[in-house]
Design a protein around this ligand. Sequence first.
Ligand code: ADP
Ligand code: MG
Ligand code: ZN
Length: 490
Amino acid sequence: MSGWETVIGLEVHCELRTETKLFCGCRNSFGQDPNTNICPVCLGLPGALPVLNRAAVEYAIRIGTALHSTTQASMFHRKNYFYPDMPKDFQISQYDVPINAGGWLSLPGGRRIGIERAHLEEDTGKTTHVGGGGRIHEATRSLVDYNRAGVPLVEIVSAPDMRSSEEARAYVDELRSILVATGASDGKMEEGSLRVDANVSVRPQGAVAFGTRCEIKNMNSLRSLGRAIEYEAARQVQVIEAGATVTQETRHWDEGAGRTGSMRSKEEAYDYRYFPEPDLVPVEPSSAWIAEVKAGLPPMPASRRARIGEMAGLPADSEAVVTVVRLGLDDLVEAVAAAGAAGDPGAGSSGVVGGDDRARVVAVAVKRVANEVAADLEGASRLDRPAFARLVGMEASGKLTSAQARTVLRSMLDSGGDPGAIAAGLGFEAMDTGDLEGIVDAVLAAHPDEWARLRGGEEKLTGFFIGHIKQVSEGKADLKAASSILRQRR
Ligand code: ADP
Ligand code: MG
Ligand code: ZN
């Protein structure tokens, strides 16, 4: 791949979390018995007429606002083609006048990816091919479920701004967090709530013109998205280096085989015979409504990262901060910051918490959330916020070593409880000051030469003594208290 650059543009289909479908009153819910959420409208029976769902328009406006798009008066078109999962033989979509035009999002590292449009359309039903390992060509029969037909989608089309599979994954990750933050999506890729098609081309490093692209379908996880892009870019380079040219086409990602395969030649817009949907009026949200939706949007991931980073004294794009926000676990960190502001956890033996000390406590919270809590999201939803704040306070003030705090936290994630009681039950309770002084003195007496050197100013020996104190106390010493005793003895 050396000497070549990969260019990627993504089309993300996001199912909206409305109660009902886009143009009828059928329920929009996943996992029901086949063909139970259907009616004459979403089945395209003669005489049935669509009525636009206001909630779907509102979600589309929220998404457009979050992506810095321009929300505009728009209209629906019919996109005509036959497929058994589409009962009307056309899809109602938006064509040249989408509800949201232009925009961008910025990745955690700061790189901005352009958005071309984010438009409304209806979803299709779902076919299942039976026999032949689920592949259409070898199947003996096909089943069709129309429950999904007519479910509202917003399709977000990026500019061809991504340059690696990592960047494409980061984009989808960020877009997913944004969509969840707007309330429009549950973000569940595994349930098909977010579906990604990738347009991939390659060009010689330094070239200005784009190469011919292929569009890859059927990737249902971030991992397959990354693998499919890698495979496809390498395949195109091979084609070009062999003296042939890349054919513009739609390709299918085969997860098992780990490769893309040709599916069909590229269809053009005119193939679909788009024409304005005669049964619907244009969508013209008032500027008052757009302003109202905009004002009601909660903070987006980028500003939440900035906030948590600032409270914890960590870079907003550090891995732990990014993880906390990606998983939507900000409220745990907020709970610790709020408790710290009230002078509660972390106050420990040192008294008041403020400034740098408070940031230190919040940083401990970020670390625990990004590691132990992130590894058990089910436990996270049950985790008592004040109890978590007390645990972080105990670790930050040295009452628990970090290994002990992790053990206590895992127990809290499994079965709840008070961190103080769990720590005591495990024999982790803080060591009595008298006992601690005894241990410090014993360690000093056992290493007179090192003690003399530390007193002579060789600071690095502090670590040596702390290590021994930790060992002799079997990990129970409050190391912060131990170092202050060390300072007193000098
Ligand atoms: P279509 O509607 O035919 O799929 P679009 O122009 O809407 O075509 O582009 C679809 C997607 O393809 C967009 O995400 C865009 O960024 C991306 N794209 C366009 N040209 C290229 C290219 N040369 N390489 C990679 N992606 C591209
Ligand atoms: Mg396309
Ligand atoms: Zn219906």
